[in-house]
Write a protein that binds this ligand. Structure first.
Ligand code: C5P
Length: 290
């Protein structure tokens, strides 16, 4: 079969429903435990045959106003890594990213673009690499990339590279990005500086997510990085309070922040929350029939 000339993939944002930092490691990373939920919010990555590698990023929608193309390099890193693993003659491609996911926001946008680029180029170039091989390439690109390659709810462990699928009932969330970024190395360093303590056992939370028990899930959301980021950026706690005051079942900072994500009882409740907290928008997670 002739390989296609152009392949398009969705690159879904994520929320960490809980994020537990277990401790700092000698290699500069931190051991984690987290439930990563893909959201309906997505970038669109299209790869097309070309002589050389080329990246073009277009901002789409209101949330992508502050896109900085310099932050998109993970997709190029992914392309170079795949070209090497694929072997054969030097390969080129035009990589076009229609960017909707806010950048450096804790929503995994850069990692999602890298994962979608790996999957799309694997198809375009006819590499036929198995998912396990793509996962080990992804792990070298960034700690979040394996979870984004999975493209379904996963529990992550280690520094993020150990993934296990979890069956999660789809629910409605309201996303509030900010106009300032947070860098993951800073958030993890703040956790160290503040004498970070690991959060509690997430067993009840995971069971609530599996059962679609939104009341319990809302009460159980937690992120060990949130207090450290909130201390430096009080807007995070303010928006969280606004969501809870407007009737959210729970609210949490995603990943290393600063985006705050609130859990809604149903889609109408989600629309009310988005109206009550300006600058927010509604998504489902995992995408599909919520
Ligand atoms: O893996 P990635 O390149 O995304 O990580 C960026 C930085 O975030 C790391 O260099 C480290 O400072 C921090 N990090 C961490 N523990 C993790 C993941 C990231 O400390 N599990």
């Amino acid at each position: 079969m002739t390989p296609p000339r152009s392949v398009t993939r969705s690159a879904h944002a994520k929320v960490n429903v809980f994020l537990r930092v277990l401790g700092a490691r000698a290699d500069g990373y931190h051991d984690l435990e987290s439930l990563v939920l893909p959201l309906s919010l997505a970038d669109r990555v299209t790869v097309t045959d070309a002589d050389r590698l080329h990246l073009d990023v277009q901002a789409e929608g209101a949330v992508a106003e502050s896109v900085d193309a310099g932050g998109m390099n993970l997709a190029l890193v992914a392309a170079l890594a795949l070209a090497e693993a694929c072997g054969g003659p030097a390969r080129g491609a035009e990589i076009r990213i229609a960017k909707r996911i806010p950048v450096a926001a804790g929503l995994g946008g850069g990692s999602a673009d890298a994962a979608a680029t790996l999957l799309a180029l694997n198809e375009l170039w006819g590499c036929r690499l198995e998912l396990d091989t793509l996962l080990s390439i992804g792990e070298r690109i960034g700690s979040d990339v394996p979870a984004m390659l999975a493209n379904e709810p996963v529990m992550i462990r280690g520094r993020g590279e150990r993934i296990a699928p979890v069956s999660v009932v789809s629910t409605w969330w309201v996303v509030h990005p900010f106009d300032f970024p947070t860098r993951s190395p800073d958030a993890f360093r703040w956790w160290d500086e503040d004498g970070g303590v690991a959060g509690h056992d997430p067993g009840a939370l995971v069971a609530a997510a599996e059962a679609g028990n939104v009341e319990l899930l809302g009460h159980s959301l937690f992120n060990d990085l949130e207090p450290c980021v909130s201390r430096r950026h009080p807007e995070v706690a303010e928006v969280k309070r606004a969501f809870l005051g407007a009737g959210a079942l729970g609210a949490i900072m995603s990943g290393s922040g600063p985006t705050v994500v609130a859990l809604a009882r149903h889609v109408m409740n989600a629309n009310q929350l988005a109206a009550a907290v300006p600058g927010s928008f509604v998504v489902s997670g995992p995408p599909g029939a919520a």
